[in-house]
Write a protein that binds this ligand. Structure first.
Ligand SMILES: NC(=O)c1ccc[n+]([C@@H]2O[C@H](COP(=O)([O-])OP(=O)(O)OC[C@H]3O[C@@H](n4cnc5c(N)ncnc54)[C@H](OP(=O)(O)O)[C@@H]3O)[C@@H](O)[C@H]2O)c1
Length: 213
């Protein structure tokens, strides 16, 4: 497949590029600044562009089978997430390229509560990170009304961090996945596995899904 990754130098994006290359996909890594080019692994094509610029997204995504959005606005600029998501969707609507969005856990429902979401549960989202959760809720809202393209929104578990690639995970829909010990986690390496599995065998269309151990 021809896969374009936005946010290719980020924590999730770089692991996604690596996983896609390891599966012999043709990868286009998008960076905003030329000084980032040396951070892209050999084997990936590099394009300069901004995900919130629909013209850039249209130009770069044309001819690809799939776009993966692993962008995250810089700290303090969380409100940018709406413009970035809209720019991506508008650009991809012109090329018809499918989109997988790496989103946030904030809007997942916490099992065993009366529909409380992660956003309002400090066991899973500390109050200090609430502004980030609110940004991801806005990102999900922008995606959820999109009808022009085939998209899927992957909500990570509460704890998503660099770690090992195990290839193991469970899938869910709108509820936070919690293991027997009460934790909701996945390594970023395994999140990349989830993304590439979904890329190769799409199971989710215009909907959200989640994954965790
Ligand atoms: N538990 C959770 O819910 C959880 C935990 C972690 C991450 N996440 C989600 O995972 C996603 C990726 O996070 P991350 O930790 O990998 O982020 P990160 O390490 O901060 O990387 C973000 C990447 O996005 C790029 N970027 C930002 N704005 C862009 C734009 N307008 N156009 C193109 N590229 C842009 C950055 O490039 P520059 O170098 O140019 O800035 C950077 O490469 C985010 O949606 C985040 O919310 C969720």
């Amino acid at each position: 497949m021809k896969i374009v990754v936005f946010g290719a130098t980020g924590k999730v994006g770089s692991r996604t590029v690596k996983e896609a290359l390891s599966r012999n996909h043709e990868v286009t890594a998008v960076v905003r600044n030329a000084i980032q080019i040396h951070n892209i692994p050999d084997g990936a094509k590099v394009e300069l562009g901004d995900a919130k610029n629909a013209d850039d997204v249209e130009r770069i995504s044309r001819g690809h089978d799939l776009a993966i959005n692993a962008t995250r606005p810089p700290t303090g600029q969380e409100e940018e997430v709406t413009a970035v998501t809209q720019g991506l969707l508008d650009g991809l609507a012109r090329t018809g390229v499918r989109l997988l969005v790496v989103g946030g856990a904030a809007t997942l429902k916490v099992p065993g509560t009366d529909g409380r979401t992660v956003l309002d549960d400090t066991r899973f989202l500390p109050a200090s990170a609430r502004h980030i959760g609110l940004a991801s809720a806005r990102q999900f809202k922008v995606c959820s009304v999109e009808q022009r393209i085939d998209w899927a929104y992957l909500s990570p578990p509460a704890d998503l961090a660099p770690g090992d690639r195990t290839g193991q995970y469970r899938l869910g829909c709108d509820e936070l996945l919690i293991d027997e010990s009460g934790s909701s986690s996945l390594s970023m390496e395994d999140l990349a596995v989830v993304l590439l599995d979904e890329a190769e065998k799409p199971r989710h269309h215009q909907t959200r899904f989640t994954a965790a151990y």
